[in-house]
Design a protein around this ligand. Structure first.
Ligand code: C5P
Length: 226
């Protein structure tokens, strides 16, 4: 029996990885599968929440009862998340958002131009959606959760990132080689702005998701309907 402790709550989750187009047929992207974000959506729905899943380029099937908003780029993901966040109790940014996008979008396919060397691709910075949301909460008392993939000094880098982004919780994964991206299982430490540290052993992404919802529910400023 799953507790309906998120009943009456609206949660917004971003999942997948953004694609930043160079021209109509090419993009800069990343290897995020969307599995962690979809697991967060499934578990939140099972616990009674109304769920908006902003999904960037994921091939996964929409979970039942979840409102899926498909997006492609970081700018589109920002628009969709901010719109859904206006009445959300919690926002969980599980998507891999590109830090940079091509400065110029070529409306026609970029040509090879004979034997000339290619032009370098100029990049511009994308908005940091997590930092923006956490700094300027669309709704008072909203809980904001980020994810961070680190390759070294996982806890120290995670703590610094949590402070920089001003989120309430940061789920820190160690990445590298075959770990995490595209995998069915995950291992993480969830850092709290209050100094808490919750280790989640290697296991299904649903288990990590349930721990995230436990920690979010503890931080809601008012008692829920569940
Ligand atoms: O800074 P870094 O990319 O490591 O931070 C990862 C966290 O920030 C994730 O929660 C990701 O969804 C979010 N993020 C964002 N906007 C960006 C880059 C990352 O919201 N432009």
């Amino acid at each position: 029996e799953v507790p309906a402790d998120l009943a009456g709550r609206h949660v917004v989750i971003s999942a997948g990885g953004t694609r930043e187009p160079l021209d109509p047929v090419r993009f800069l992207g990343n290897r995020s599968s969307g599995k962690q974000g979809y697991a967060l959506a499934r578990t939140a729905a099972a616990r009674g929440a109304r769920v908006t899943l902003v999904a960037a380029n994921s091939a996964l099937a929409a979970p039942g009862g979840v409102d899926v908003v498909p997006v492609e780029t970081a700018v589109q993901l920002r628009e969709a998340v901010l719109k859904a966040a206006s009445d959300a109790d919690a926002v969980v940014m599980a998507a891999a958002v590109a830090d940079f996008r091509p400065a110029v979008y070529a409306p026609g396919k970029i040509k090879k131009h004979g034997t000339a060397d290619p032009e370098p691709v100029a990049l511009v910075r994308n908005p940091d959606i997590l930092a923006e949301l956490a700094t300027d909460r669309p709704r008072a008392g909203q809980i904001v959760v980020g994810f961070a993939a680190e390759t070294d000094d996982v806890l120290a880098n995670g703590r610094a990132k949590l402070a920089r982004k001003r989120c309430d919780l940061l789920v820190v994964n160690e990445v590298g080689t075959d770990k995490t991206f595209g995998a069915e299982e995950n291992e993480a430490v969830v850092l709290g702005a209050d100094g808490s540290e919750t280790s989640v052993p290697y296991g299904p992404k649903e288990a990590l998701s349930d721990t995230v919802w436990d920690l979010v529910a503890l931080r809601f400023p008012d008692p829920g309907a569940g």
